[in-house]
Structure formats: C-alpha cells, structure tokens
Design a protein around this ligand. Structure first.
Ligand code: GN1
Ligand code: MG
Length: 360
C-alpha cells in the first residue's frame, strides 16, 4: 500500500479503491480523487489540509461539520430532492473525527458528488444561478446555532491586509520593492476608502454574517442542466461582511480572463455577468440585507480585486511564501492582473449603482 492508500484506509469508506489521482486547481490544499471499482459505491475526494494556513484543524472541521449539518437539515425540511448532491458529506475516521493526522499532515475525505461540473468561466445564465445560490447559502446559514470560529483570523479584514502589505514593504526581505513601487503607491492612495467596511463595523452600522469567503467561480458545483447543486471549499466559512461572497464571485466570474493572465489587455469587467449575478443574489438575499449592505455592493465589487491585489503583492514582496506559484513572477502577474481589474471596476461604478437601483 502506498502512502495515499494508507491514508484513505483510515476513513470509513465503502468500495474497493482502484486509483487516486490529483483533482482541481486550488491554491492552498492538495486535492485527490479516489476512485472505487464498484458501480454502486461512491468515489471520494481526499484532501491534504494546508495546516500552515489553517492552523486550527479541529476548529476548521468543527465549522465545516456544523455548516454541512445545518444545510442538510434545511434541505430536508424543504423536502429537496437529491440532497446528497446538494451538501458535502465528510467521512469519519475510526476515532470518529472527520480528519486524520498522520504525524505530519492533516487529511480529510468526502464523498465525490457524481455527475457534477465545475467551471472556470460562466455565462450570464449561470451567473444568475450562482447569485441565487450564494444568497441562499447565506440565508440558510443565518440561523445556524453554532458559533463558528475564524479559521483564518482577519481573513477578509482589509485593514489587516494593508498592515501585512506595509510590514512586507518595511521588511523588504527579498529586495523586490523597487519594481513594485507603482503598485504600492496606487494601492495606498485607495486604502482609506477600501477600509470602509471595518469602520462601518466598528461604528455598529454593518453586521457580520456567516459567509463562505471563497466564492470563486470554480467553488460551485453545477448539475447537468446548469443549475447550482452546492458550494464547495468550505474552509473559510466564517463570520464576515456579505461583501465577501458577493465581491469575490464577481472578482473571478466577471473578469474576462483568469486572475493570473499576464496579458493585461485581456482583463475586463463583464457587465452582463455583474448584472445577472446581482439580480440572482438580490432575489435570494434582499429579504435579509440591510440598506447599508445593498448600498455598498458596488464598493464590494471593487474591494475584492483590491484586496486580492494587496494579498498577491504582499506575497510577492515576501518571496512567495503563501500562494502556490508556477513560475518566479507568478505573484507579480497576478498583482498586475487584479490591479487592472480594479481599474475596470472603477470605471463601471456609476453604471453598477444605477443597475442596482433599478432592481430595488
Ligand atoms: C485561495 O484555495 P483557493 O485556491 O480556493 C485563497 C483565496 C483567494 C484565492 C485566489 C485560504 O483560494 O482567499 O482568493 O486563492 N484561499 C485562502 O485565487 O487563502
Ligand atoms: Mg477551490
């Protein structure tokens, strides 16, 4: 038995494992598909949790179990069909936990959702469904009885992300500062405005709600007809501003190209995707959103390219210690791409405001 097979054998699976192969394109965890021989047995997903980033694995899995349990209950109450494809199911190990520590690494396993697809880009119709789905996701979790921990403290706290950038700039550990001066100045000139959410929160004007916090397009599973089955990658589900889910979807879904495309002319903000997603999101979320949340949706659309630009740039200055990179300038290309996207979003702000107004 090789190492991965040994790990799989710790979990209560059924069926005979025939193959374990890499799956997906996440930047943080390592993911594998585990195939079984029997037609009537499920396949599985095995993940090595990056515990340099998710340092409290116990809290991480507690959050995920609480969230999936609550969603399953909601779906059951609503008499939904096909529930096993609409919420993730994590397997216990012999000790009853949903993760396994092999001495060095932490692992978890879930049932692979059959006949589902993920996409790196979406058309307006799918974005509309995605908007409805994220609104529903937040709505379903609005009354979760458990208190969720912050699996990554200050994850979407813009003031904290600016502090990390400023610390990196001050330390300049690998001498990359000179080449990124332009971006630092541009980001600093917007910092005050971009940290608005934290100020509104301190003033008691903006609530935190349970959010997904990693609503990249490719974190949704679609069925055969293009309807959203469920949202995956639940590591970062935690209390945050609703801006997180709304803004981060558009950062990836409405960009005309990938977040790391080095050809900046390819970057554009697709307004049709923005409109379809916003329409869907407001349809399912309008019932619980406060005016201050709705008013600031255009701010959220700018906040996420901005925050991601700050995070990629910080990692570049620090010598690429956080995100997986495929070549030396990868984080710099990502930084430039996200900054270009921010500029495109800024141009569209007046028309975004008008569109949101027209929906209310
Ligand atoms: C990471 O794990 P993945 O690739 O879905 C990151 C997100 C970033 C994203 C950028 C825990 O998500 O916050 O937006 O990369 N997740 C973490 O592509 O930092
Ligand atoms: Mg992912």
């Amino acid at each position: 038995m090789n190492n991965l097979n040994l790990i799989v054998s710790q979990f209560n699976t059924t069926g005979t494992v025939t193959e374990i192969k890499p799956l997906g394109a996440g930047l943080i965890n390592d993911t594998y598909k585990v195939l079984t021989a029997e037609e009537d047995q499920p396949d599985y997903v095995l993940q090595r949790i990056n515990h340099a980033i998710f340092q409290d694995v116990e809290m991480l899995q507690n959050n995920i179990e609480a969230v999936t349990k609550h969603i399953r209950k909601k779906l059951t109450e609503k008499d939904e069909e096909d529930i096993n494809r609409k919420v993730l199911h994590f397997l216990p190990t012999g000790s009853g936990k949903t993760y396994y520590h092999d001495g060095t690494n932490y692992w978890r396993m879930m049932v692979f959702i059959p006949r589902a697809k993920t996409y790196e880009t979406v058309d307006p119709e799918y974005s509309y469904y995605a908007g409805v789905a994220f609104g529903n996701f937040q709505a379903m979790l609005a009354d979760i009885p458990d208190r969720l921990g912050e699996t990554i403290p200050d994850f979407h706290n813009m003031e904290f992300r600016m502090k990390q950038l400023r610390d990196a700039v001050a330390a300049n550990p690998v001498n990359r500062l000179d080449e990124v001066k332009y971006y630092i100045d541009e980001l600093e000139s917007r910092a005050e405005e971009m940290c608005k959410a934290e100020r509104l929160f301190r003033e008691g004007k903006l609530p935190k709600r349970v959010c997904h916090c990693d609503t990249k397009v490719n974190n949704m599973m679609f069925d055969e007809n293009g309807k959203v089955l469920c949202v995956i990658d639940l590591d970062t589900v935690m209390p945050s501003f609703i801006f997180s889910d709304y803004g981060d979807f558009l950062r990836t879904g409405a960009n005309a190209t990938a977040e790391d495309d080095p050809v900046l002319e390819h970057v554009a903000f697709k307004e049709d995707i923005f409109q379809a997603f916003t329409k869907g999101y407001l349809e399912s979320a309008k019932c619980f959103l406060l005016p201050v949340e709705i008013e600031n949706l255009p701010y959220a659309v700018a906040l996420f390219p901005y925050m991601q630009c700050v995070r990629f740039l910080t990692d570049y200055i620090n010598g690429d210690t956080y995100y997986k990179i495929k070549y030396p300038l990868h984080n710099l290309d990502r930084t430039k791409n996200q900054f270009r996207l921010l500029q495109c979003v800024e141009e569209k702000t007046p028309s975004m405001k008008a569109y949101i107004q027209s929906l209310l």
